[in-house]
Design a protein around this ligand. Structure first.
Ligand code: CTP
Length: 223
């Protein structure tokens, strides 16, 4: 059963990010990742169901139009950072479900790279860490910030460290080493950790169900 509007959420503005950013190598190639954008899309839809107006900043395919949902399409980490920043005025909750690239090619080639006999070496430089940057950004003051953590080992400990390092209000942890859940899959199973130590596991379910539960936990933290 999916919940209807929640009085705590009704009328609030949410910004949700989704998908994996694409960092260009040349006009036709990019460095990407396995994120499908499903979890972010479902979070946006869940927040709309529970009464929020939502801006979805996505590097994946846009979901179907629906009232209460505005979609901003981006490709790179830098574009996602700019779009999130532009969307922040009046925002109460930011959910960073996107798989943002950590590195990008230093220089994207202007023309398509041609196959040669030699190996090709790409020089990668770090992208902007959107969550870390926003923490020191006046535009994000007063925003309840939810991060995601994609982990393959020491899942809870690594997520706790990320929550602290990025000074988040909540972190949602995905164990991406498990088959059938997480990146690219239709199902997920997550653990939600709060700044105060709260720890709740949401058992394996379709991402829409997981998204409703996450938004309910966010609502309980806003009250
Ligand atoms: N994130 C971000 N900017 C980046 C990379 C990640 O804002 N350049 C956000 C993600 O959207 C997510 C959280 O930070 O909400 C954690 O992302 P994750 O990829 O798990 O962690 P990283 O910080 O990239 O650390 P690592 O890859 O070393 O585990």
């Amino acid at each position: 059963m999916s919940p209807g509007p929640d009085p705590t959420i009704s009328g609030l503005r949410f910004v949700v990010t989704a998908g994996g950013t694409r960092e260009p190598i040349d006009p036709v190639r990019f460095i990407g990742n396995r994120s499908s954008g499903k979890m972010g899309n479902e979070l946006a839809a869940a927040a709309v169901r529970q009464g929020a107006s939502v801006t979805l900043v996505t590097a994946a395919a846009a979901p179907a139009e629906q009232p209460g949902l505005e979609v901003v399409m981006v490709e790179t980490a830098a574009e996602m950072h700019a779009a999130v920043r532009d969307s922040l005025p009046g925002t109460r909750v930011l959910i960073m479900a996107a798989a943002v690239a950590d590195w990008r090619p230093r220089d994207a080639a202007r023309n398509k790279l041609k196959r040669g006999a030699d190996t090709l070496t790409l020089e990668l430089v770090p992208t902007v860490d959107i969550l870390r940057t926003l923490h020191d950004d006046a535009a994000a003051r007063g925003v309840f910030v939810v991060g995601f953590a994609a982990e393959t080992e020491h899942v809870i400990d690594n997520a706790r460290a990320k929550l602290a390092a990025k000074q988040l209000d909540l972190i949602v942890v995905n164990d991406v080493s498990r088959e059938g859940i997480g990146m690219g899959a239709d199902d997920n199973e997550v653990t939600v950790i709060g700044r105060d130590g709260m720890l709740r596991t949401i058992a394996r379910a379709p991402k829409s169900v997981i998204a409703d539960a996450i938004v309910r936990i966010i609502a309980s933290r806003l009250r």
